[in-house]
Design a protein around this ligand. Structure first.
Ligand code: SF4
Ligand code: SF4
Length: 387
């Protein structure tokens, strides 16, 4: 836990009513019991909330001008989180916003190029489900302790209405790296983010000092270890790390998810990736030294799956939508559905250049009739055809 956090706690413990004080005093305990050991928070009065709204409006204007917006991001004017809170909170109330980190294990398996690869961040059980369940459990505990002081509470993870990474930054969970990921001092970049908010029917004083310095756009801080490091910049196949405005439309992780028509160069860049790309995270020194206590929180049932051995590419072509759901429905990558999975498998087969696929692919000639898959089927045949 960082110094800021301790300062915040010291302040938090001295100025509130009984219920709020009890809530703050037990925060660590509750979050650890709820299996969320890594968190940081903002505690905002009415005036601070207004400041955050201004920050949010400026940030969203900035995002609106970004030419590299993907189809997975909602329009900026649909993403007002602090404005939503502002509308709910009275001048004699306050808001506790908690940002929590759920670490995930690295995908360490070596997989041959004739098998498909799924990154650790998506191979394991769907973190949305895990995080939501744990956060809901925590909200129940908070409500019991805060009793009359809690007016309203809620949690969200990746709902897209909010800019989760930015909220986590504002809460102090980490700083931005050159790979645009948030870097937590203990966990590196390999964690999923969730948020809880609690509207409290009490106002605190003094306000947390942390609020004063970190809400300017220019205050977006680079992780200090990036100053003398270019590992992600050099490793990124798309050459987009380290740029001020990352071109996410060329990011391999995005390419494995989008349904837009992929170019030859994009397909080549995807190699054997069926979902995600963590190259810029895997080379990052902050992950190579991933905190040992972080590993403890990974050793829980939710993550315990058999070692990843790669996906048999031809097998994916046999999957119906229902078989895909049965086999992978609880995994992080399943939301994109079987068609995109098959598309990526065809590209991976093509990229392997392995002649062994050629004759076998002919058994799936029905793919020639599939509007979405036919060009990728032809690509796989062309690239694996013996000379
Ligand atoms: S690899 Fe180096 S430059 Fe890139 S995010 Fe990590 S520390 Fe920063
Ligand atoms: S995920 Fe892959 S393509 Fe995207 S920035 Fe990182 S290394 Fe580059």
């Amino acid at each position: 836990m960082d110094q800021n956090m301790n300062n915040n706690k010291a302040n938090a413990n001295t100025n509130y009513g009984t219920n709020i004080r009890a809530l703050f005093a037990q925060m660590d305990n509750i979050l650890i019991r709820g299996q969320l050991s890594y968190y940081d928070f903002l505690y905002m009065g009415f005036d601070e909330l207004k400041k955050m709204s201004v920050h949010e409006r400026n940030l969203l204007k900035h995002i609106k001008l970004n030419p590299f917006k993907t189809e997975f991001e909602p329009e900026p004017d649909q993403r007002f989180f602090f404005r939503m809170l502002e509308a709910k909170v009275n001048s004699d109330e306050s808001v506790l916003l908690l940002s929590v980190a759920l670490p995930y294990p690295r995908q360490r398996a070596e997989v041959s190029k004739s098998k498909g690869f799924i990154e650790g961040s998506s191979w394991y059980y769907d973190y949305h489900t895990i995080l939501r369940a744990r956060m809901n459990q925590i909200l129940v505990m908070f409500s019991e302790i805060g009793r009359d002081a809690v007016k309203e509470s809620g949690c969200f993870v990746d709902t897209s209405d909010y800019i989760d990474r930015e909220l986590a930054f504002l809460c102090g969970l980490g700083n931005y790296g050159k790979n645009q990921m948030l870097i937590h001092p203990d966990l590196g970049t390999q964690f999923h983010i969730g948020h809880l908010y609690i509207i409290l029917e009490e106002r605190m004083d003094p306000l947390l000092s942390k609020m004063e310095s970190e809400i300017e756009l220019d205050g977006r801080r680079l992780y200090s270890g990036c100053q003398n490091c270019d590992k992600c910049v050099k490793a990124c196949p798309a050459e987009i790390c380290g740029t001020i405005q990352m071109n996410r439309l060329e990011c391999i992780s995005y390419l494995t998810q989008t349904k837009k028509t992929l170019t030859f160069e994009e397909m080549k860049m995807m190699r054997n990736k069926l979902y995600g790309c963590d190259i810029c995270q895997n080379v990052c020194p902050t992950n190579l030294t991933q905190n040992k206590s972080g590993v403890n929180s990974l050793n829980i049932d939710h993550w315990q799956l058999n070692d990843f051995e790669g996906i048999e590419l031809l097998e994916t072509l046999k999957l119906s939508q229902s078989a895909f759901k049965r086999q992978y429905g609880d995994r992080g990558f399943a939301w994109r559905g079987v068609k995109v999975f098959k598309r990526n498998a065809l590209i991976a087969m093509g990229n392997s250049g392995d002649n062994i696929f050629y004759e076998k692919l002919k058994m799936f000639s029905e793919l020639k009739e599939d509007d979405f898959l036919k060009s990728y089927y032809e690509y796989a045949l062309r690239e694996t055809k013996p000379d």
